[in-house]
Ligand binder design. Structure first.
Ligand code: HEM
Length: 401
């Protein structure tokens, strides 16, 4: 197979008329040259773009690729991306990645996540009650989709109730689309300081929470206190905006497909498969997972040389017609929906996926049960989508109910 002669710029912008689907350019690329070059940084770098479902799994499952953003040739969003602390283990390779990930794996086992279900249901109920007390229209993102995962993370980490407001305000500033770089840095510094202090507090006032258990691992010498704070901050980052955007976009997708709403209200099994289909259909991590080859490797007939970058847009793989029949349809009964790559694949596959699933499975039925008259209060073409952020979503979503 040959690569495409023209090198298009890598774009995130989804089409105006079909804002829940990937840019059409990538379907054309997948059909003609499924592994071909795209350009980044105004043409200064030309990594490979991998667009088929099968090739995507091969790249993400292969030890021939690194996630370290400081490797020469790494196709990072911004040139000269610095290395993150080791607690942000998504940008480290094994063995460092595995050592850090291991400190948290038990936290996301299904049994532990199930223990959080009553708290998720309670928080959902409280937020929806507060929302319905407002006189509409109100912003669904501000009043529901964003605070819900933020409060769940507080519960998970063991942030004391009296600190909720401080914690939530700073978390919001970190993921705020409109915040300046300076505001984001400041919010992050305040949270990092707070989390480091919380690690200390948990030694005298332990709880049944992640920070208490990370503090215990620091006492055993497995990690440092700074690692414990960084790992907590990373969970906040990784699990906050993703889930918030999934809640808001799933709500839009279901309002645009009202015939599918009964699936979401249809009991455990149906909800679970509808959630998988929404994860596939929306594939919110649309910045592409970024890798660099550490050795020469041939995939789909194309040889990728050591040092070359690869962008893997999972939202494109998840619409591959060779794997998903009629991929642009939202079909809650789709038999192979669960094989979507919305949580990635391989050693970096989303650690928080059981929690994200639990949140979506609890929240979405409750939204449509409690707000049967829910409507978007503006025409669809006036909804402001987050076009140029790594994680796709909406800036705000005015609704009535
Ligand atoms: C619907 C919501 C979510 C989506 C779509 C999502 C998606 C992803 C994806 C695609 C990756 C792989 C990145 C890569 O391979 O480069 C990832 C990794 C990760 N996610 Fe999620 N995520 C979600 C929610 C969460 C939640 C709730 C948490 C935790 C509270 C979380 C924690 C993580 C962590 C720690 C990693 C890094 C894993 C590693 O590098 O080993 N995510 N996520």
């Amino acid at each position: 197979m040959t690569s495409s002669p023209a090198v298009p710029a890598f774009t995130l912008t989804r089409p105006q008329g079909a804002p829940l689907g990937p840019p059409p350019l990538y379907s054309e690329i997948r059909a003609k040259h499924p592994i071909s070059r795209v350009s980044l940084w105004e043409g200064r770098l030309s990594p490979w773009l991998v667009t088929r479902w099968e090739d995507t799994r091969t790249v993400l499952g292969s030890p021939a690729f690194s996630t370290d953003p400081t490797r020469p040739g790494a196709p990072t969003f911004k040139e000269d991306t610095p290395q993150s602390p080791r607690g942000f283990f998504a940008s480290h390779d094994d063995p460092m990645h595995a050592a850090m990930r291991r400190t948290l794996t038990r936290e996301f086992m299904v049994k532990r996540v199930n223990e959080l279900r009553p708290a998720i249901a309670r928080l959902t109920d409280e937020l929806l009650t507060d929302l319905t007390r407002l006189s509409g229209p109100a912003d669904f993102v501000e009043h529901f989709a964003l605070p819900l995962p933020s409060l769940v993370i507080c519960e998970l980490l063991g942030v004391p109730y009296e600190d909720h407001t401080f914690f939530q305000e700073h978390s919001k500033a970190i993921v705020d689309f409109n915040a300046t770089a300076q505001e984001t840095r400041q919010a992050f510094a305040s949270l990092a300081e707070y989390l480091l202090a919380l690690v200390g507090t948990k030694r005298t006032k332990p709880g049944n929470d992640v920070v208490t258990r990370l503090a215990a691992q620091a006492d055993e010498g497995v990690i440092t206190d700074q690692d414990a704070a960084d790992l907590s901050a990373f969970l906040l980052f990784a699990g906050h905006e993703t889930t918030a955007n999934m809640i808001a976009l799933s709500t839009i997708a279901l309002l645009n497909h009202p015939d599918q709403i009964p699936h979401i209200l249809g009991g455990e099994g149906q909800v679970a498969s509808a959630v998988e289909e929404l994860l596939r259909y929306l594939s919110i991590v649309h910045g592409g997972l970024r890798r660099t080859a550490v050795e020469d490797v041939t995939i789909g007939g194309v040889t990728i040389r050591a040092g070359e970058g690869v962008i893997v847009p999972v939202h494109v793989a998840n619409r591959d017609p060779e794997f998903f029949t009629d991929p642009d349809d939202l079909d809650p009964g789709r038999a192979n929906a669960r094989q979507h790559l919305a949580f990635g694949y391989g050693i970096h596959q989303c650690l928080g996926q059981p929690l994200a699933r639990a949140e979506l499975q609890i929240v979405l039925p409750e939204v449509f049960r409690r707000l049967p008259e829910l409507k978007i209060a503006v025409p669809m073409d006036e909804v402001a989508f987050k076009q140029d952020t790594i994680v796709y979503g909406v800036v705000e979503l005015p609704v009535t109910w």
